[in-house]
Design a protein around this ligand. Structure first.
Ligand SMILES: Cc1cc2nc3c(=O)[nH]c(=O)nc-3n(C[C@H](O)[C@H](O)[C@H](O)COP(=O)(O)OP(=O)(O)OC[C@H]3O[C@@H](n4cnc5c(N)ncnc54)[C@H](O)[C@@H]3O)c2cc1C
Length: 404
């Protein structure tokens, strides 16, 4: 397979940008990635990677590197936070892997990022420029230029904007669209597994639900550490991924929870917060040889744990659409029309998929925070429905394959 898009520029070397670089390079494209951060730093905490994501990591040649650093939890245990009672345990391990022919992994975000980066750095078709912030694009009929502080830093046939939730490129292309704060924020921490208190599962994913917020935890770093996230309502949100907050931000959020959860949250003094944001659906994801990918196109609330995986799916789909357009092309180089057909195909497929995941995540958030009789009804449903039936409702999510 060869790709006529010999010069693809990518703004953003996060999970989506690096996955896109790898997927495009596999089709023969030459890729230059621009990442505004100078050094890879300890970024974020936990990331969940469902079978729809691990399948793509295998195809990109990343899964083998990442495998020693992940855990494959056998169960997702859902509890009522104030009473502490476990309502159900969903079979994420062998059952889900057999059903979808790929495992459910949990990892530290920086381990996933480091494995994507190492694989991209090993590719002769990928160049990575760190410390370069792309703030504008200049389109011409036959190419697009990437600019940083008024200077041209790259020229390509296509620019992929994988520059995250607060995408500068999205603001250039579609100035009216800015993320809206959802009214909820999340704070994360990571604990050595030995300091995890009694009553908290160390190998599985745990979720503890309450009307004012919830707590999620799971093992990372091959089971040596536990990532913990506390989500609560808050009136203001900022744009930072790592605002340092006092431990009281997290401990106050779990006052009504049972002791094991309060002890878990009290066990860490280091919490980093980020604001959960949503974006009104964009009518179009591309213009002027520039296309959006990942959070830049469709930020998703974390209540289905699909933010990183959607970016992986986007990357695989974009590469396939461009490669298919190439195979249909009579000439060596892709024409403007063929590029438009490929980007239209990518946008149509991914917009439908991303909207469905965004809606399902929003709905989950509402269910997680139910109160009064509705909370009791939720718990009853969780207790009375066979766990495999509950999980089978997500076949559309985890069963996604390239070409769906
Ligand atoms: C620092 C950080 C920590 C995170 N922590 C968590 C976490 O703990 N849990 C969780 O579930 N999700 C976390 N996320 C979000 C999660 O990684 C994304 O939602 C998901 O992976 C989608 O990936 P993305 O590539 O679209 O966006 P991102 O992962 O946000 O990547 C965007 C990349 O673009 C770079 N960038 C931004 N603007 C420019 C520009 N103008 N020019 C060049 N480069 C630019 C950023 O530095 C970043 O590397 C974090 C994201 C970041 C950036």
């Amino acid at each position: 397979m060869s790709n006529p898009l010999v010069r693809t520029l990518i703004s953003g070397g996060g999970i989506g940008g690096l996955a896109a670089a790898l997927a495009l390079a596999r089709t023969g494209a030459e890729v230059t990635v621009f990442e505004k951060r100078k050094d890879p730093i300890e970024e974020g905490a936990g990331i969940q990677i469902g079978p729809n994501g691990t399948r793509i990591l295998s195809q990109l040649g990343v899964a083998n590197k990442l495998r020693p650093l992940v855990s494959s939890p056998e169960f997702l245990r859902i509890h009522d936070g104030p009473s502490g009672e476990q309502q159900t345990q969903l079979p994420l391990g062998r059952w889900l892997e057999t059903r979808h022919s790929s495992p459910y992994w949990v990892a530290h975000r920086s381990d996933l990022h480091a494995c994507l980066l190492a694989t991209a750095e090993a590719s002769p078709l990928i160049a990575i420029n760190r410390g370069v912030e792309i703030d504008a694009v200049k389109p011409y009929p036959d190419e697009v230029l990437a600019l940083s502080n008024g200077e041209i830093v790259g020229a390509g046939d296509l620019l992929v904007a994988a520059d995250g939730l607060h995408s500068a490129i999205r603001s250039c292309l579609f100035s009216a669209h800015a993320p809206r704060y959802s009214g909820k924020s999340a704070a994360r921490t990571v604990l050595p597994i030995a300091s995890v208190p009694e009553g908290i599962a160390r190998q599985d994913i745990g979720i503890w639900l309450a009307p004012a917020g919830h707590v999620v935890h799971y093992p990372v770093r091959g089971g040596e550490e536990l990532a913990v996230v506390v989500i609560r309502k808050e009136s203001n949100g900022d744009t930072d991924w790592a605002t340092a907050v006092q431990p009281s931000w997290a401990t106050e959020a779990v006052l009504e929870f049972v002791d094991p959860v309060r002890n878990l949250v009290a066990a860490s003094k280091i919490w980093r917060k980020w604001a959960l944001a949503e974006l009104a659906p964009l009518k179009t994801w591309f213009a002027n040889r520039t296309v959006l990918l990942g959070d830049a196109a469709h930020p998703v609330l974390p209540f289905l744990a699909q933010g990183a995986v959607l970016a992986l799916e986007d990357a695989a789909t974009l590469a396939k659409c461009l490669s298919d357009a190439n195979q249909n092309a009579a000439a060596d180089a892709i024409s403007e029309d063929e590029l438009e057909i490929a980007l239209n195909m990518y946008q149509d497929v991914r917009r439908t998929r991303a909207s469905r995941v965004q809606s399902a995540s929003r709905r989950n958030g509402k269910i997680y925070h139910l109160d009064g009789p509705m909370r009791a009804a939720r718990n009853m449903t969780l207790r009375c429905t066979p766990p495999t039936s509950l999980l089978a409702r997500y076949d559309w999510l985890y069963g996604w394959k390239l070409g769906d």
